[in-house]
Design a protein around this ligand. Structure first.
Ligand code: 5RP
Length: 229
């Protein structure tokens, strides 16, 4: 029996799979909501859906392999039709904070290479203004202490992410510094300024990338929000 919050995640993830058609190349997101999209895609593939997929993390890659979803590398593709991924926060302009699971760099490479990005999120992810969730920033290990100090000068509380008593290491061999800003009134501006710090590889602000959010509710219903242009 799923908890109420996971009922919403499952509903959102499974709904997103309805956007996939045979012939598409699909980006597979990371996290407990994208998990359900991948499971549903696996079932559709075993029923005959013909797609190629590329995963945003080793974890999602392993899930896709188990489900016999055909995976391709960037060398074998020239575009991605649709990317389905989760988010930690979604604001009213469909700007996102991502990276709670530590996969933000691959997630951003895939989202930025996709014709369409669909975000799947439980209702608790919707916010008026981004920033309550600490912003994950991926940094190279060399000089991380200095990079952390530079991040602090932006007015946040930066914390090196740990897994147990070990430093958390991303699929790319980097570290994550979680930056509590409280509120991020200009996400696009902050995004560019953070990425200008030497040592910062990428940050978890996704602005202007997502045009569709599928929200899953605790009663199992879903709502589709599309960006008004
Ligand atoms: C991983 C992510 C996830 O998509 C995000 O953390 C949401 O996760 P979940 O669906 O488990 O709440 O960005 O890097």
């Amino acid at each position: 029996m799923l908890s109420a919050i996971h009922t919403g995640k499952k509903a959102a993830g499974e709904k997103a799979a309805e956007y996939i058609r045979s012939g598409m190349t699909v980006g597979l997101g990371t996290g407990s909501t994208a998990f359900w999209a991948i499971e549903k895609i696996g079932r559709l593939v075993s029923d005959g859906l013909q797609i190629k997929a590329i995963a945003t993390s080793l974890q999602s890659e392993q899930q896709a392999e188990k489900l016999h979803i055909p995976l391709v590398s960037f060398a074998e593709l020239d575009h991605i039709d649709v990317d389905i991924d989760g988010a930690d926060e979604v604001d009213e302009d469909l700007n996102l904070i991502k990276g709670g699971g530590g996969a933000l760099l691959r997630e951003k490479i895939i989202a930025s290479s996709s014709k369409k990005m669909i975000v799947v999120a439980d209702e608790h992810k919707l916010v008026k203004i981004l920033g309550k969730f600490p912003l994950p920033v991926e940094v190279i290990p060399f000089g991380w202490e200095m990079t952390l100090r530079k991040l602090k000068s932006f007015g946040c509380i930066p914390v090196l992410r740990k897994k147990g008593d070990q430093v958390f290491v991303t699929d790319n061999g980097n570290y994550i510094i979680d930056c509590s800003f409280g509120a991020i009134p200009s996400p696009g501006d902050l995004h560019s300024r953070l990425n200008n710090i030497p040592g910062v590889v990428e940050n978890g602000l996704f602005t202007g990338m997502c045009d569709t959010v599928i929200v899953g509710y605790e009663d199992g219903s879903t709502r589709v929000i599309t960006k008004s242009v």
